[in-house]
Design a protein around this ligand. Structure first.
Ligand SMILES: [Zn+2]
Length: 172
């Protein structure tokens, strides 16, 4: 069983707990494929743990397997602190960049949440994702972003890499 289902839309990643109620095949497959044609990726994620920390990520695209979606998923995985991502036909060695101030905005109650506490990051590294439920209204949250992944060009240039190195040094 996968751990999570990710939805990627315009580089925004949402990650919810996987459950057997989520469509993978059968009659709903038509709807899955339609989401892919609409420019949205749906991906099942399985976490490989080292000790009790999320270490490697296995991604199975159900819809929308495109380079931009792979890029968004890989960037998110590095921010969470994964070391390696297994995508269909491709293994990506990541430069983990967990740490620093992370932020997201609830699409339900519009609260902006920010956290940089080492205990927050330990929770993220253990769970294999950022908190996905708003503590105020209970809506699911878009995955959080950090300074190291905001505004970094598609292919990381020197500036992006320096930012990542700083984030690693700050990481707990
Ligand atoms: Zn909320």
């Amino acid at each position: 069983m996968p751990d999570f289902r990710a939805t990627i839309r315009s580089a925004q990643v949402r990650v919810v707990d996987w459950g057997p109620h989520l469509a993978r095949s059968g009659p709903l497959q038509t709807l899955l494929h339609a989401r892919g044609r609409a420019g949205i990726a749906l991906v099942d994620l399985t976490v490989v743990r080292e000790e009790d920390l999320a270490d490697e990520l296995i991604a199975e695209f159900l819809a929308g397997d495109r380079p931009a979606h792979r890029e968004a998923l890989v960037r998110w995985a590095a921010t969470v602190g994964y070391r390696r991502a297994w995508l269909p036909g491709e293994v990506v060695e990541l430069e983990p960049c967990a740490g620093g101030a992370a932020t997201t905005a609830c699409t339900g109650c519009r609260a902006r949440l920010t956290d940089a506490d080492p205990r927050f990051w330990l929770g993220v590294r253990r769970a294999g994702r950022f908190p996905a439920i708003c503590p105020l209204c209970g809506c699911d949250l878009p995955q959080w972003s950090t300074m190291s992944d905001r505004g970094v060009p598609e292919r990381l240039g020197d500036r992006g890499r320096r930012g990542e190195a700083e984030a690693v040094r700050r990481a707990p």
